[in-house]
Design a binder for this molecule. Structure first.
Ligand SMILES: [Zn+2]
Length: 447
C-alpha cells in the first residue's frame, strides 16, 4: 500500500473521513467528515480565522450566501470561461477531461489537435472520440417555485448557481464594508465556506472533490503598494503553514506562475506547491488581481467601487491580492505531514504527530482498571477538570492500557493520563507522551 492508501484507510477506520452517501453506494466527488475529521477540520479553520482575522487589526470577516445573484458570475467571467474541455468516447460513452487524459495536452486543445494524438479510451481501449466541448463546471439550480410553461420549458431567469468560489461573496460586499467600517488601506476581507465545482472526473481522495470548503482573503491595497504587500503576504502565509499548521518547509515549494499561464490582468501569482504522499500538488495560491474584479462589478452593477483616502483625499479603485486555500487540501497536507510509522519497544505503530493545537483530542483520560469504582471515580474527576479547562478531552476505559495508547497514537492525541492506585494515595498521575512514548508521574494540580 502507498502512504496515501494508508492514510485513506486510517481516515475510514478511525472516523476521520467517510465516502459521501456511502450507504447508497456513494456519490462521486463527495466526502463526509466523521467525528475525528470534523474536529480536525474545525481546528484548522478556527486556527486560520484566528491568525488571519482575530489577531490582526486590518482584517474583517464576512459570511456571504452560497446562492448569489447570477449576475455575479457574469461579472466574474465564470459564466463565459469557467469550463473544462470535455471529450466523450463514442464507443463506451465514457466522458473525460481532454487535458487530463494524457500528458502534454492543454486546456485549450481543439478537436482536430485531440483527434491527431490518436489516444485510446482509458475505459474501453477504442479510439472513437467525439468533439472536444467546453463544459461549464458551475452547478446550476432553480430558485423559487418554478414550473414549466405550456411548452414544457423552464424560464432561464430562474437559473442560479451554487458559488464556485467564496471570493465573489467578498468582492460584492466590498462597498458595504467600506461604507460601514471605514477601514484604512491596506485592509483585507476574509471568508470561509463551501464552494462547488462540477468536476468531470473527481479523484485523488479529497484533493479534487465536487464540494469543498475554501478560506479566502481579498487584501485591498493602493496600486503603488502592491509589491510590498504581496511579499508581506507571501511571508505570512509561509509562517501560517509551517508554524501553525506544522507543515515541513521542505515539502512546500513556491512556484512563480509564468506570465503566459497567469490570468491576463495579473502581474504576479505564486502557487504554493506541497509534496503530498503520491504527488506534488497545488496547496494554495497567492495572486495579484489588480482592480479586475472591482472594475467588473462596477460595470455590471453600475455602482462606483472607488475608495476615497481619508488623508490624501485621493479617490481610486483599490487593487487586490488574493491568498486562497482549500480546506480539504490543507487537511490532507496536515494529515500526511503528521502520519508516521515507527517502532516502540520493538513493535510497529502508526502515529499522527499532529501539532497540539490541531489534535482532535488534547488529552485522553483513563482509569487503570475499569472494574475498580474508586479508580473510575477519581479518573472521572480528573477528566471533568481537564475538560472544563481545555475542552477537547476524551475518555477511554476499553481494552488494556497498551491498546488504548495505540488507538490514541493513531488519532494523534498528544497526552494520555492514567489514574492508578498511587493516584488515590498521593494525587499523582501517569502522563504519557505520544511522540516519545515516555511516561512520567506528575501532580494532578500540574495538568
Ligand atoms: Zn471508451
Amino acid at each position: 500500500m502507498s502512504k496515501l492508501e494508508d492514510i485513506v484507510s486510517l481516515c475510514k477506520r478511525r472516523g476521520f473521513i467517510f465516502q459521501g452517501s456511502e450507504i447508497y453506494g456513494g456519490m462521486a466527488g463527495t466526502w463526509d467528515f466523521g467525528p475525528l475529521g470534523v474536529a480536525l477540520k474545525k481546528k484548522i479553520m478556527d486556527a486560520w480565522w484566528k491568525y488571519w482575522v482575530e489577531d490582526r487589526d486590518d482584517m474583517y470577516g464576512v459570511d456571504a450566501s452560497i446562492i448569489m445573484n447570477p449576475r455575479t458570475w457574469v461579472a466574474s467571467g465564470h459564466v463565459a470561461t469557467f469550463a473544462d474541455p470535455l471529450v466523450e468516447c463514442k464507443n463506451c460513452h465514457g466522458r473525460f477531461r481532454a487535458d487530463k487524459i494524457a500528458d502534454g495536452i492543454t486546456e485549450s486543445v481543439t478537436t482536430t489537435e485531440f483527434h491527431n494524438l490518436h489516444i485510446k479510451c482509458p475505459t474501453c481501449g477504442k479510439e472513437d472520440w467525439g468533439d472536444v466541448r467546453k463544459f461549464n463546471m458551475m452547478f446550476a439550480t432553480r430558485v423559487g417555485a418554478v414550473l414549466p410553461d405550456d411548452t414544457g420549458e423552464i424560464a432561464d431567469k430562474s437559473i442560479a448557481y451554487l458559488r464556485p468560489e467564496t471570493a465573489q461573496g467578498i468582492f460584492t460586499n466590498f462597498k458595504n464594508i467600506v461604507d460601514t467600517i471605514y477601514p484604512s488601506l491596506p485592509f483585507g476581507i476574509a471568508q470561509q465556506g463551501k464552494a462547488f465545482r462540477n468536476e468531470i472526473s473527481p479523484r485523488d481522495f479529497i484533493l479534487r472533490d465536487r464540494e469543498c470548503s475554501q478560506m479566502e482573503i481579498e487584501y485591498f491595497v493602493h496600486p503603488s503598494d502592491w509589491e510590498t504587500q504581496f511579499n508581506k503576504l507571501l511571508k505570512e502565509n509561509h509562517y501560517f503553514l509551517e508554524n501553525i499548521m506544522g507543515l515541513p518547509a521542505s515539502h512546500l515549494h513556491d512556484y512563480e506562475v509564468p506570465a503566459n499561464d497567469r490570468a491576463h490582468y495579473s502581474k504576479r501569482t505564486v502557487d504554493f506547491m506541497f509534496d503530498y504522499p503520491n504527488s506534488t500538488e497545488e496547496l494554495m495560491g497567492l495572486a495579484y488581481r489588480t482592480d479586475f474584479d472591482l472594475q467588473n462589478i462596477a460595470k455590471e452593477s453600475g455602482k462606483s467601487m472607488e475608495y476615497r483616502d481619508k488623508n490624501t483625499g485621493e479617490s481610486f479603485v483599490p487593487h487586490v491580492i488574493e491568498p486562497s486555500i482549500g480546506v480539504e487540501r490543507l487537511f490532507l497536507a496536515v494529515l500526511s505531514s503528521a502520519y508516521t510509522e515507527d517502532e516502540i519497544d520493538g513493535s510497529a505503530r502508526t502515529v499522527l504527530r499532529l501539532p497540539e493545537n490541531l489534535a482532535p483530542y488534547r488529552f485522553c483520560v483513563s482509569p487503570l482498571l475499569k472494574n475498580k469504582p474508586e479508580l473510575v471515580a477519581k479518573a472521572r474527576e480528573v477528566y471533568q477538570k481537564l475538560r472544563t479547562k481545555y475542552g477537547n478531552v476524551t475518555w477511554d476505559d476499553s481494552g488494556n492500557i497498551g491498546k488504548r495508547y495505540r488507538k490514541q497514537d493513531e488519532i494523534g492525541t498528544p497526552k494520555c493520563i492514567v489514574i492508578d492506585f498511587d493516584t488515590l494515595e498521593d494525587n499523582t498521575v501517569t502522563i504519557r507522551d505520544r511522540d516519545t512514548a515516555k511516561q512520567i508521574r506528575i501532580q494532578i494540580s500540574e495538568l
